[in-house]
Design a protein around this ligand. Structure first.
Ligand code: PMP
Length: 355
């Protein structure tokens, strides 16, 4: 630590991203929930020489083309959409400032591990709400709280989802609190709360292009809410980094949003692969939580989470392992192509036979 770091940040424990290996050629990478399919061909078409020349110019600070495409996809007004440099940045603005007057933010005890880091850096008081024994989120555990509520739906790393009725019950029982639904994985089988936006002015939905739209490297996330909340979000953005989306990402995101056919085709393929994979893993004796995401959370009595993670790594397959006590017997496996999942189940058979 240098002598220049303000002491307020000296104990900050940063978020640990999943491994991003430099050479992926020989690796099957199923550790950070990326999409195994490339971005829409329309994205590849639009990033051309002319657009590269235009990189000498700043990007549109309002990212209007993109917010318009998102609004059109959901049948909303552009003023109800704000975009960020990945949904991580969108979430950062929420933890920074949308926490009412008492600075408290509630979120599930087992969830996206960035939330406690944001609480730490922005000095909000994070309150962890335990999951139920089956790793589900109990909607009623969030009724009548006294701060902002952030819920990942489907949750990560469990993959379990709340129904729209359960989310609505949380909204109804928290009229004075902002309820943020982080829908990073919603397109793989859960119901989006976007359709409740015009009904509840205490709802803010956060989504990303990183998963279901194959653009993790473009860093595009967005928030959907009432015009008032979105105006607040934009106020924060324009006070921090007005050109937060680069020109190429605005173009890429716009085309990806418009290519509904490709979006539906690729996400349906992933859902289908997931269902086949769950069946196979269950046959191999794994306990697999019901997943509405592009990943599954699995454990086995025959091998510890850590041993399984390491054995797969030795066979050039990377999955995600978390050391936290309550989930250390599980691994989180991203759904890749059918070929990648077959390589994983073949390797698993070998590992179990060796063990
Ligand atoms: N929310 C959740 C629940 C996530 O798992 C992730 C991905 N790590 C994000 C948000 C952030 O995604 P991105 O910044 O790529 O949009």
């Amino acid at each position: 630590m240098s002598r220049f770091l303000n002491s307020r940040y000296s104990a900050l424990e940063p978020y640990t991203p999943g491994e991003q290996p430099k050479v992926t050629g020989r690796l099957i990478k199923l550790n950070t929930n990326e999409n195994p399919y490339p971005p829409s061909p329309r994205v590849l078409d639009v990033i051309n020489d002319t657009e590269l020349q235009k990189l000498k110019l700043y990007s549109d600070p309002a990212a209007s083309e993109l917010t318009e495409a998102i609004a059109e996809f959901y049948g909303l007004r552009q003023e109800q959409v704000m975009v960020g440099n990945g949904s991580d940045e969108v979430l950062a603005f929420i933890f920074m400032a949308l926490r009412g007057s008492n600075d408290v933010i509630y979120y599930p005890e087992i969830s996206y591990s960035f939330y406690p880091v944001y609480c730490d850096i922005f000095q909000a008081r994070g309150v962890k709400v335990p999951l139920r024994d089956d790793f589900s989120i109990g909607a009623s555990d969030y009724f009548n709280l006294d701060g902002t509520i952030v819920i990942t739906n489907p949750n990560a790393p469990t993959g379990r989802a709340l129904t729209l009725e359960e989310i609505e019950s949380i909204l109804v029982n928290n009229e004075e609190n902002l309820v943020v639904i982080d829908e990073a994985y919603v397109d793989f089988g859960a119901d989006s709360a976007v359709r409740l936006i015009d009904k509840y002015d205490n709802l803010l939905v956060v989504q990303t292009f990183s998963k279901s739209r194959s653009l993790a490297g473009a860093r595009i996330g967005f928030a959907i809410g009432s015009e008032e909340i979105i105006a607040d979000m934009n106020k924060l953005k324009f006070s921090f980094n007005p050109y937060n989306l680069n020109r190429l990402s605005i173009l890429a995101g716009t085309e990806a949003m418009k290519d509904v056919e490709y979006f539906d085709d690729t996400r349906n393929r992933i859902i289908e692969t997931r269902e086949d994979f769950v069946k196979e893993m269950t046959e191999l004796g794994f306990d697999v939580l019901p997943s509405k995401s592009n990943f599954v959370f699995a454990s086995s009595d025959r091998i510890s989470g850590e041993a399984y993670f390491k054995a797969l790594r030795e066979r050039n397959i990377i999955v995600r392992y978390f050391r936290d006590n309550k989930i250390c017997n599980y691994v989180r496996i991203t759904i890749g192509t059918p070929e990648e999942m077959k390589a994983l189940t073949d390797a698993t058979r070998e590992i179990l036979a060796d063990g």
